[in-house]
Design a protein around this ligand. Structure first.
Ligand SMILES: Nc1ncnc2c1ncn2[C@@H]1O[C@H](COP(=O)(O)OP(=O)(O)OP(=O)(O)O)[C@@H](O)[C@H]1O
Ligand SMILES: [Mg+2]
Length: 355
């Protein structure tokens, strides 16, 4: 089995609103795949389509080789941790976790054994008799995960499960979830609108925008080689410039503001009428006095900010645009506002992409 989940040309509208616009996605067994995109782009709807809480208007979803179009949610081998993971407040943690098994008429002794195992997995062994309000946010979140894991699903769908937690706890839980997923070898489909979270925990990221998946790739590839302007802009910080592509005999050289600079065309077929050059700030280099480089742009330093291990320098280019450089603060030359400087980047770090 190559894929545990296959989504083929799936469409979904609510009334006149076209929400999911023909998405295709193949997810491998044991993979941690994150669906990343801004609020309202259709992430939850996509998860609900996989789980069976919504029916696609067109296209097909396969789970473990079987088309699930006629299979109701409770018969699909997936479990969901919802965006609002509300636990039942009047039940104990044990009862909350066992609830699904009770509904399935699993015997009491088996329920107990499985609850203990699930609590152990999320490191809450001694909390079973408490009520949810006696737990911290992070602990409640772990209970929600335990509740979803108890059915031994092949696939776990997690919809912004850490959204309610503060930053520190969130980072800790990201690592815990990742370890749990690796240990259990369950396929995770994880939804978030937090790009840093997606980069940290995923094997692959599907970047979604307005109902369309714009790119599916590893965190490294998404960051270093975004396929569209949206992906470049949404993931991390970047310098984006509109460019005119004119045929040139040189590879990895493009024309920016009438000056030749390094730039590789990511995929000729992805170019559109309007194209962009994306350069990550940490790939921009300020040239020292007298230092040589095949291509550079000239400008004036406008702002220098010390951000711990990095220095963020904003340079206003001769042509009027601004470019941001992030350089390790141990760098040997420090600039001051007003300094005339030259900026450059390696050819492979300038990425030419379409709309
Ligand atoms: N049952 C529904 N009926 C009508 N419109 C809906 C329904 N469910 C979702 N929508 C609309 O579909 C769009 C996408 O919603 P969805 O919940 O999938 O977004 P999301 O990417 O999960 O956003 P968020 O990050 O805010 O959770 C929104 O405009 C939403 O209002
Ligand atoms: Mg959502």
């Amino acid at each position: 089995m190559d894929y545990i989940i296959k989504i083929e040309n799936v469409e979904k509208s609510f009334g006149n609103e076209h929400i999911v616009k023909g998405i295709n996605l193949d997810i491998k067994p044991g993979e941690f795949l994150t669906v990343l995109g801004p609020s309202g782009c259709g992430k939850t709807t996509t998860l609900r389509l996989i789980a069976g809480f919504e029916d696609p208007d067109a296209g097909e979803i396969w789970i473990d080789g079987k088309s699930v179009s006629r299979i109701p949610p409770y018969k699909r081998d997936v479990n969901t941790v919802f965006q609002n993971y509300a636990l039942f407040p009047h039940m104990t943690i044990n009862e909350n976790i066992a609830y699904g098994l009770k509904m399935k008429k699993v015997s009491k002794s088996e329920r107990l054994a499985r609850v203990i195992e699930a609590l152990r997995l999320v490191q809450l062994e001694s909390f079973g008799d408490r009520k949810p309000r006696q737990l911290s946010g992070g602990q409640q979140q772990r209970v929600a995960v335990a509740r979803a894991l108890i059915n031994n699903p092949k696939v776990l769908l997690l919809d912004e499960p850490l959204g309610a937690l503060d930053l520190k706890l969130r980072k800790q839980m990201q690592i815990e979830l990742k370890h749990l997923q690796q240990k259990l070898e369950i396929t995770f489909i994880y939804v978030t609108h937090d790009q840093e979270e997606a980069l940290t925990i995923s094997d692959r990221i599907a970047v979604m925008n307005k109902g369309v998946i714009e790119q599916v790739a590893s965190p490294k590839e998404i960051y270093e080689s975004p396929s569209t302007k949206f992906v470049a802009d949404f993931i991390g910080d970047t310098n984006l410039f509109e460019i005119q592509i004119s045929p040139t005999n040189e590879t990895n050289v493009v024309n920016l503001f009438g000056t030749k600079v390094g730039g590789r065309i990511r995929e000729p077929k992805s170019l559109t009428k309007q194209n962009y050059l994306s350069v990550r700030p940490e790939r921009v280099k300020l040239l020292a006095h007298g230092e040589e480089a095949p291509y550079f742009l000239s400008g004036t330093v406008e702002e220098v900010i010390y951000v711990g291990s990095f220095i963020r320098t904003v340079v206003k280019l001769q042509q009027g645009q601004r470019i941001v450089a992030m350089m390790p603060s141990k760098g040997d030359h420090l600039c001051l506002p007003g300094d005339r400087v030259r900026v450059t980047w390696k050819e492979e770090d300038g990425i030419v992409i379409g709309q």
